[in-house]
Design a protein around this ligand. Structure first.
Ligand code: SF4
Length: 346
């Protein structure tokens, strides 16, 4: 891996000065507590800040501390997580809370090595929680930070390679200031999210680090970081059933393992709607097309076609339920993949 890392040490002060003025006003930054930092960092994994902003406030209003989170029933937890996706994070977060209450006296650990032993917490999260909640000198390096550092140093290392990630993480570790370590990590994240933007679009003219940036000096910043292209996502045709009875909708729980594990769904199927209804013994009007939508998951893209039908009686296959509109709002957590077919829930 080549690059010019010699000027990296100079970024700390200008970056913190920039952060003092330009830090994004986010609810979890208002009066941070270790619990709030833990919740926000788990919510922010692979999820846009805008989606987290509102959910975070509601989540903390109902579950204000670790004890409340450890005790919440899973169904309610998933409802509070609705719209954030990657629901395994919610389950892991609850397991985290249970472990912290039973093994750590109800206090979020401050040692990154201990944090990493908790469910769903990897290197990045451990570093961000320890540094933001307690000011511990620990790096928090995600894709955003790898991009910023690669550009600052004009590094040609492929950031999808673990060895490159490890080396760049080491470079960040060397930069960590004695004081304001959490602010430094957050400043790097904010710079990556608002100025040093991905997909070849850094806003270098607005950047507080421009004078120190090797990628900018060489005119190569927009082409960095180097990253092996991921294989294309698998595309899957998915039928979606909108089975109604009066103002209720039929829902089914998904299998306990796999995509959207254990969540409620509008019943999905492959093949024809008629065959699916017959297989499940559902008596209803002939299904009619009710719209198309696409939803992108990490490894698969659902090309969905919905079919609507009116149920002929109250009977449903085992494991299906009738959900009234108020239950849809208050009880059942439905993945956002189905929002396109439920306009009032967008
Ligand atoms: Fe990123 Fe441009 Fe700033 Fe360099 S000067 S860190 S490429 S925004």
């Amino acid at each position: 891996m080549t690059g010019n890392f010699s000027r990296l040490g100079g970024i700390v002060e200008p970056l913190l000065r920039w952060y003092d003025v330009c830090a994004r006003p986010l609810p979890w930054r208002e009066s941070p507590t270790p619990y709030g930092v833990l919740v926000s960092e788990i919510m922010l994994q692979q999820t846009r800040v805008e989606a987290v902003r509102e959910r975070y406030v509601l989540f903390l209003r109902e579950l204000p501390d670790l004890q409340a989170l450890a005790a919440v029933p899973e169904e309610r937890l998933l409802k509070l997580w609705e719209g954030l996706g990657y629901y395994s994070r919610a389950r892991n977060l609850k397991r985290c809370a249970e472990r912290i209450v039973s093994e750590h006296g109800g206090t979020v650990p401050r040692d990154p090595a201990v944090l990493r032993t908790l469910p769903g917490i990897g290197d990045y999260c451990a570093g961000s929680i320890a540094s933001i909640a307690y000011g511990v000198k620990a790096p928090a390096v995600d894709g955003n930070v790898l991009r910023v550092i690669s550009r600052l140093a004009a590094s040609d290392g492929d950031i999808s390679l673990p060895a490159v990630k490890k080396e760049l993480t080491g470079r960040v570790r060397e930069l960590l200031p004695e004081r304001r370590c959490g602010d430094f990590n957050q400043a790097l994240m904010d710079l990556g999210a608002t100025v040093c933007l991905p997909n070849g679009a850094p806003l270098c003219e607005e950047c507080p680090l421009r004078a120190l940036c090797e990628g900018y000096a060489r005119g190569t910043a927009a082409d960095l970081p180097v990253r092996t292209k991921k294989p294309p996502r698998r595309k899957e045709a998915v039928g979606v059933l909108l089975l109604r009875r009066k103002d209720c909708l039929a829902l089914r729980r998904r299998p306990a393992k796999g995509l959207l594990a254990g969540l409620w769904e509008l019943p999905t199927f492959s093949g024809s709607a008629e065959a699916f209804l017959a297989q499940n013994g559902v008596a209803c009007t002939p299904p009619v097309p009710a719209g198309k939508a696409t939803h992108i998951f990490t490894h698969v893209e659902w090309r969905m076609t919905a079919y609507a039908a009116e149920s002929a009686d109250a009977g449903l296959p085992q494991g299906w339920v009738w959900a009234a509109p108020e239950d849809m709002e208050a009880v059942y957590a439905l993945p956002s993949a189905f929002s396109a077919f439920l306009p009032h829930r967008k």
